[in-house]
Design a protein around this ligand. Structure first.
Ligand SMILES: N[C@@H](CCC(=O)N[C@@H](CS)C(=O)NCC(=O)O)C(=O)O
Length: 207
């Protein structure tokens, strides 16, 4: 059955479209234009009371009833379980995957998002904020670079939901004032993921 995807052209939205493409799960895109305030419309708030994309409704939830879900990390875990793909089943490797997924959800996403805001969108350019979030973004790239120097992917050997969560944020490295040339292991990982056809298709959503 077709999964309903509520999204917009942002890194958090693209995590889910990449995952749906990687798992070859059928889905229908509903554009939620967050610039125009669609996220506050009652029909969307009924799906995500937090008024943010992405969200999904799976008409065929685990108990056979429709399941609405928001928070991109929760959606990635759900889709990995549903498809039986892109998250290890061995407990040690699975928890390591969750660890790097949460590193993205609690660190990379919020901090890179603040860097985008203060470096690119804020009407007033505040040096303190630009320095704070620019420095934190670079620190996080350093953590990723060391990890990716020791393993092919964030969670270990295998490509996983942790990489899918992180890639669309790394795709905007220029917005964070970062050159991937400074982080050679991240660059190698980034180029390998960018070359995946499902990633290219997911990054083009919404059309
Ligand atoms: N933790 C949430 C963050 C979602 C989020 O921040 N979405 C942004 C777009 S990337 C949004 O909808 N912003 C609209 C708003 O804040 O009004 C997730 O990972 O799903």
């Amino acid at each position: 059955m077709t999964i309903e995807l509520y999204t917009w052209g942002t890194p958090n939205g693209r995590k889910v479209s990449i995952m749906l493409e990687e798992c070859a799960l059928p889905y229908r895109v509903h554009k939620i234009d967050i610039g125009k305030g669609d996220q506050f419309k009652p029909e969307f708030v009924a799906i995500n009371p937090n008024s943010k994309i992405p969200a999904i409704v799976d008409p065929d939830g685990p108990d056979g009833r429709p399941l609405p879900l928001f928070e991109s990390g929760a959606i990635l875990i759900y889709l990995a379980e549903k498809a039986g793909k892109l998250c290890a089943t061995d407990p040690r490797a699975r928890h390591t995957t969750y660890q790097w997924l949460m590193f993205q959800m609690g660190g990379v996403g919020p901090m890179f998002g603040q860097a985008h805001h203060f470096m690119r969108f804020a009407p007033e350019k505040i040096p303190y904020a630009i320095e704070r979030y620019g420095k934190e973004a670079k620190r996080l790239y350093g953590v990723m670079d060391r990890r990716l120097g020791a393993a092919a992917h964030l969670a270990g050997d295998a490509y996983s939901i942790a990489d899918i969560a992180t890639y669309p944020w790394a795709a905007r490295h220029e917005w964070q004032g970062v050159s991937l040339g400074e982080f050679p292991n991240v660059k190698r990982w980034f180029e390998a993921i960018a070359a995946r056809p499902a990633v290219a298709r997911g990054m083009a959503v919404p059309a």
